[in-house]
Write a protein that binds this ligand. Sequence first.
Ligand code: CP
Length: 312
Amino acid sequence: MDKFTSLSDVGDPSGLLALAKEAQLNPHGWASLGKGKTLCLLFLNPSLRTRLSTQKAAQLLGMEVMVMNINQDGWKLEFEEGVVMDGDKAEHIKEAAAVIAQYCDLVGIRTFPSFKSREEDYSENLLNAFIEYCGIPVVSLESATRHPLQSLADWLTIETFKKSQRPKVVLSWAPHPRRLPQAVANSFLEWMRVADVNLHIAHPQGFELSDEFTNGIPIHHDQQSAFQGADFVYTKNWSSFHNYGETLYPNKDWEITLEKLGNASFMHCLPVRRNVVVADEVLNSSQSIVIPQAGNRVPAAQAALIQILQNL
Ligand code: CP
């Protein structure tokens, strides 16, 4: 694998999942694979899990890790071509990415959508510019449209907790006071398509995701009926794709409660707003698997890094 930015970068998704399972069982099994290699993690947006789990994964593989909150600690970056840089942006991505590549062998980058334009966000201009100008393998730490490290961890979590061969998995919208990207939801659907699951989506009218991700998956506007017989409820807020960036808040009707959940396990990528997205009673119950789900970010990141290191 020469980069990890979406499912399409992965030649054998089931093989990658199997590798993540191996890393889950034997985290120190590749302790010298990354010896002498450096990973640089760049964040244009905040992170807890992605930052720490990817750093931990790289260290388990024997790599050196550098982390930079590039928008706070570095020069403000210009991504546009041909601009007169007489404003507040002091460095162009062409130089910045190329220079970063002088210091490391792999680079991870987090770039959220700007919400200025759907076309711009969905063309992944920032991530693609970085890939082009750095010239070394790039791992997405979440981009405008996808979060593949999260999705691989989600798949591993479902495999770990499932009690039937083909569990029913429901991706459910939930309320949130802020405008959030569609990346986690898009990516979850993209990866669940290659998993052996009975996949459904539940959201209010107007919160359809892009057809590119939902095509062929049953969509419900009645959350309660969607949850019937569910084994896993994966909850996430996303803002509107069609009325790009619009939100719907407050909307208590879509908050996850124990009554709605039935016997299903509760999943969320975190961070999660208690008593907005999901009631305390769910997160405090044994049906919540969000902590092992977050723990699985480490073997998922290990698996992605192992496949890139093996190709260096
Ligand atoms: N789930 C996730 O990506 O968490 P962070 O934003 O804290 O990295």
